[in-house]
Design a binder for this molecule. Structure first.
Ligand code: DQA
Length: 146
């Protein structure tokens, strides 16, 4: 079982970016934690970050992974192209966010245009959101991720 974890725009800056909201855990640490969890669960995880919408869409189109965990960053709130790519691939996709987007100060963060084509969303648990997302993705894929 292969899982693709996609990190969208600005998530390469985790650790120094708006730490009061996103915490001090770096993207490398998040990816390492996902690798440890994947090893424990006996699955293969591939992680990728891009600041470019088209690169993320290409990754969704071409991935050999059976399931996808995705933090689309700000694209979450306005990218219909990403929404359509998720709808097109017919694979389980779990949306994750470090922050609780529904409780953020900016109203535009409260809506996700990708949510309706994702199988579920996890938001507000910091780096743990990704690990919960990976477990949820495996459960959706029928391997009993929990
Ligand atoms: C985010 C929330 C988005 O609103 C924001 O643009 C991000 C990170 C999160 O993980 O909380 O880049 O997706």
């Amino acid at each position: 079982m292969k899982i693709l974890v996609l990190h969208g725009p600005n998530l390469n800056l985790l650790g120094t970016r708006e730490t009061s909201i996103y915490g001090t855990t770096t993207l490398d640490t998040i990816n390492e934690r996902l690798q440890v969890l994947a090893d424990t669960l006996g699955v293969e995880v591939q992680t990728m970050q891009s600041n470019h919408e088209g690169v993320l869409i290409d990754a969704l189109h071409t991935t050999e992974a059976e399931v996808v965990v995705m933090n689309a960053g700000a694209l979450t709130h306005y990218s219909y192209a990403l929404r359509d790519a998720i709808a097109a691939i017919k694979k389980p996709v779990v949306e994750v966010h470090l922050s609780n987007i529904h409780a953020r100060r900016e109203a535009w963060r409260h809506h996700s245009v990708i949510a309706e084509v994702c199988d579920g969303s996890i938001a507000g648990f910091g780096a743990l959101s990704y690990e919960l997302g990976l477990r949820a993705a495996l459960d959706l894929a029928g391997t009993g991720g929990l």
